[in-house]
Ligand binder design. Structure first.
Ligand code: 4AD
Ligand code: MG
Length: 478
């Protein structure tokens, strides 16, 4: 019964010749007891349904309210109104699901993103969020297509692990031990030998280490899955559960790694511009409207579409960490004491520093390489200067860090020494070291934060608005 419906997206690109059609969707608005704007989620655009006088009785007309679900049978005819090429002249309307307009939280008016975040179970029904989630889907699809075209193998790395890939200790523990009565060893520690896996386990912070195991046999692999960080960062850029894409390539150095990451990001942007033009145009306009309320100085210099086109047309800037510090120290912002955090060689770049480099100084995405080894993970390849490692972070306008990656330390002795220095449990990670013992090769990889990429492409400003159900400190609804 339901499979003979046509999706609105398809209808809107069909020549209207009076053909019979069946559409199903939800009412956005109903004007003058005559014009229904119907949306079925396939397109940002609504389909206009014309209800001729006398078609429906008074009681049925009253049930056509915002949010109600309808089945409409009618003919597709050229539209007389402006704004649409075709409309449906209804011959029958069936109410599939009522929506009490007194109680329905979404009214046909503009709601704030903050309000919609509180009713995240209903926000898919708004134009903004439907556009965001169609684009999120397109990006996910394009990611698989990009790597598939290049002969990469999609690797599923574990979600429950017993290692800390980043060595930062920001893990959610996984256990079936009774919290109210934990078994203890003789010396008072928790006895994890009695736990489900017989050892202490956690949710993964990154699939990279397992990715390296596969890359050093399959050549080129990528992961794309959920990762978890118990970092207490309540910002517009951090989630406790986020999705990450981690390609890992044998026979790659840091230059190859940067080239791949840049081509990857540009490919994703191009894909969405080609496949989601209407959604992007809607979001571009939304951003312009939002910014009208801001003083001139706080508005973006480029609109969303302009920004995306600019990123496609221009190479990313490539600088070393040391150069980045020099630029910051010479900046008017530094001289006028505008930075909140200290600037000197050795600091971890703060978001204000990253944004200065990208938005004010270079005005384009920037790849920063060769960070101090003390602020980066144990697995990064040590440079000959003894101070820096072959790390590469990509910083994007409006976002800050969008990619983090590196060439990996392939020399067994150097890696072991570094792990000891950084208190990484070497004995438990012999499996990792085996890649360096047997046929070790130069290799590299990176992680792209999926939600940060969705933020960048949609022009949204809060990461909670580009994932269906956000998990952040003190917040885990649905
Ligand atoms: O820089 P990160 O921590 O790097 C890694 O995890 C490496 N193992 C990647 C690799 O080389 N294979 O994280 C990578 C990216 C960041 O650049 C950022 O875009 C995103 O993941 N990210 C987060 N996104 C949302 N919420 C968080 N809490 C995030 N933490 C990192
Ligand atoms: Mg990072």
């Amino acid at each position: 019964m339901f499979n003979n419906r046509t999706k609105i997206k398809a209808l809107l690109s069909t020549e209207p010749t009076g053909q019979e059609v069946i559409v199903m969707g939800w009412v956005r608005t109903f004007r003058n007891n005559q014009f229904i704007a119907l949306n079925d989620g396939s397109s940002i655009n609504n389909l206009q349904i014309v209800v001729e006088l006398g078609l429906l009785d008074e009681a049925t007309l009253k049930r056509i309210t915002t949010g109600a679900a309808l089945k409409v049978t009618g003919t597709l005819v050229p539209s007389l109104g402006k704004g649409q090429k075709a409309e449906v002249k209804a011959s029958a309307i069936e109410i599939l699901g009522d929506s009490d307009s007194e109680k329905y939280p979404l009214q046909p008016k503009k709601h704030s993103l903050e309000f919609l975040r509180e009713i995240a179970h209903l926000r898919f029904r708004t134009s903004t969020f439907s556009a965001v989630f169609r684009i999120r889907h397109s990006l996910a699809f394009a990611i698989h297509q990009f790597f598939n075209e290049k002969g990469f193998v999609y690797l599923h790395t574990p979600i429950i692990t017993s290692s800390d890939a980043e060595g930062a200790g920001e893990m959610f523990q996984v256990s079936t031990l009774p919290l109210e009565n934990l078994p203890r060893t003789e010396n008072g520690n928790i006895d994890f030998s009695q736990d489900f896996f017989g050892k202490s386990t956690n949710l993964t912070v990154s699939g990279q280490l397992e990715g390296e195991l596969a890359a050093t046999a399959l050549g080129d692999i990528y992961t794309f899955g959920p990762t978890f960080r118990a970092e207490n960062s309540n910002t517009t850029r951090h989630l406790a559960e986020f999705w990450m894409i981690e390609p890992e390539m044998a026979f790659y150095d840091i230059q190859d790694n940067m080239d791949l990451a840049e081509a990857f990001i540009q490919y994703l942007i191009r894909y969405v511009m080609d496949h989601n033009a209407e959604d992007l145009a809607f979001l571009d306009n939304r951003l312009k409207e939002e910014e009208k309320a801001l003083p001139q100085a706080q508005r973006s210099e480029q609109g969303l579409l302009e920004k995306l086109q600019f990123v496609l047309d221009n190479r990313f800037e490539r600088i070393t960490y040391t150069e980045a510090i020099e630029v910051l120290l010479a900046s008017p912002a530094y001289k006028k004491k505008k930075f909140k955090y200290e600037v000197k060689w050795g600091i971890d770049l703060q978001s204000e520093h990253e944004r200065y480099l990208v938005e004010k100084h270079y005005k384009r995405p920037v790849i920063v390489t060769n960070y101090p080894k003390d602020i980066k993970a144990f697995y990064m390849r040590q440079n000959d200067d003894g101070k820096t490692v072959a790390a590469m972070d990509i910083l994007a306008p409006g976002i800050g860090e969008i990619v983090g990656g590196s060439q990996r330390e392939e020399r067994l002795d150097k890696l072991q020494t570094r792990m000891q220095e950084m208190n990484v449990p070497v004995k438990e990670m012999e499996w990792y070291l085996d890649t360096r013992r047997f046929g070790s090769v130069p290799h590299a990889g990176f992680g792209l934060g999926f939600e940060r990429m969705v933020l960048f492409v949609t022009g949204m400003s809060n990461i909670r608005d580009v994932i269906p159900f956000a998990r952040t400190p003190k917040n885990c609804e649905f």
